[in-house]
Write a protein that binds this ligand. Structure first.
Ligand SMILES: NC(=O)c1ccc[n+]([C@@H]2O[C@H](COP(=O)([O-])OP(=O)(O)OC[C@H]3O[C@@H](n4cnc5c(N)ncnc54)[C@H](OP(=O)(O)O)[C@@H]3O)[C@@H](O)[C@H]2O)c1
Length: 387
């Protein structure tokens, strides 16, 4: 609706300054390095060097989470090597990139040693198996990026790692069948732990959000609220939300490596689940748009209009029908192990700033949420129904 990035930067600078929200230079128009993508602009500032320097191997490293992980590791003073099919050369031209393929070509890793390997780049159990077998005697710690989707049961309140994960039996599948994402992640975890017992760290992120996220799932909300007007808001505002800023997630992973912490960790936040209303009002606080929310608390009405939780209404998953614990994780062990949470204001402001840095065609073609027309149609039907 005609708002430019320059306008937004002006607004976010005013909001951040006035509210004392600690928005970093990233939100205020800092310089962007030629590579590293959003990590160069939005990574944590003033990072202290770690007391112990690690040799870190990142399998992947050049997509969404990788660059933030690598940037933080470098800022902490660690040595980082990448392994991928070659894209590392343009994203991190000054780092050593070992070129291979998760699909069976690990030769480039032979004869080397690392303190920590982080496996970002696959959900395929046999690829995790190959990497762990290959690296078994060459690394001290194997960290695998799994997912909250590994849980077969998210009905428990609060959720913890005690909840069961997917197995072939639970999924009604057999080895050789095409694996759904959650089972693939759970099997990948088991492969890593079987091959490197006592030396494995599993991280299970929920929705990873922030600048650089090209799925537009969380981003839908800041972008929509920034546009102003009447916003369709799902539920009655009380449904809990737990998600994770890409920087909180990746910094936590590096800390787990620095402390040689093994085990399994959920990666969502904040610690006290945030109601949907606080999420949307919190996002509104970093814009100056004139926005009102119309809370539509009738899930069946929304379904009838083709508006499903998490799909057309991203982030939102009502805590019913087996999803009671989906956004109610007890994060005590994770916080004790070093998980921290940025203010929502910083995530929202940086997400918007990133959005306005994208080329116009991309800004106009969001990959999640409702189009303006569809949203207006649903709101009209809702008001008509309510008289
Ligand atoms: N986004 C979310 O909300 C969410 C939630 C839960 C879990 N996760 C998990 O988080 C991880 C996200 O990963 P990311 O993409 O951001 O990681 P990343 O490490 O930043 O990027 C993926 C890397 O994988 C490399 N790669 C892809 N195919 C390869 C192959 N065949 N052989 C070798 N390298 C290969 C790519 O480089 P090349 O193309 O050059 O090979 C790239 O460097 C995934 O495991 C995902 O399941 C995401």
């Amino acid at each position: 609706m005609g708002t430019t990035r320059k306008d937004f930067l002006k607004l976010s600078a005013t909001a951040g300054g006035a509210l004392g929200l600690g928005l970093g230079p990233s939100s205020l128009g800092g310089q962007e390095a030629p590579s590293e993508g959003p990590a160069a602009r939005y990574a944590a500032r003033d990072v202290q060097e770690a007391p112990r320097k690690l040799d870190v191997l990142v399998l992947g490293g050049t997509g969404f989470i990788g660059p933030f992980q690598v940037r933080y590791a470098l800022d902490r003073g660690h040595n980082v090597t990448l392994f991928n099919r070659g894209s590392g050369r343009s994203v991190f031209p000054y780092l050593e990139t070992l070129v291979g393929d998760r699909n069976g070509d690990y030769e480039a890793l032979r004869g080397r040693r690392w303190d920590l390997v982080i496996d970002n780049s696959t959900s395929q159990p046999d690829w995790v198996e190959m990497a762990a077998e290959f690296l078994r005697d060459q690394v001290d710690q194997f960290m695998y990026v799994s997912s909250r989707s590994a849980y077969a049961d998210v009905s428990r309140v609060p959720m913890s790692i005690a909840a069961p994960t997917w197995t072939y039996e639970r999924a009604g599948l057999s080895p050789g069948d095409r694996l759904p994402y959650g089972l693939a992640k759970a099997e990948s975890e088991r492969n890593a732990m079987r091959i490197m017992p006592g030396r494995t760290t599993i991280v299970r992120p929920g929705l990873i959000i922030g600048p650089g996220d090209e799925t537009d799932r969380f981003s839908y909300w800041p972008i929509r609220i920034h546009r102003g007007g009447e916003v369709l808001a799902p539920g009655d505002g009380t449904d809990p939300v737990q998600i994770i800023d890409v920087r909180d997630f990746t910094e936590f992973m590096i800390r787990l490596g620095e402390d040689s912490t093994m085990g399994t960790f959920n990666c969502v936040g904040p610690r006290v689940p945030r109601p949907m209303s606080e999420l949307l009002y919190g996002i509104r606080a970093v814009t100056t748009a004139e926005t009102s929310f119309t809370w539509v608390d009738d899930v069946e009405f929304l379904a009838g209009m083709g508006v499903r939780p998490y799909a057309e209404m991203p982030v939102w998953r009502p805590p019913t029908d087996g999803n009671e614990g989906f956004a109610r994780f007890d994060l005590t062990p994770e916080v004790e192990a070093g998980l921290t949470f940025r203010p929502l204001a910083e995530t929202a402001a940086d997400t918007l700033d990133y959005h306005f840095s994208r080329p116009e065609p991309r800004r106009e073609a969001l990959r999640s949420g409702l189009t303006a027309e569809r949203e207006a149609e649903v709101l009209r039907a809702w008001h008509a129904r309510r008289g």
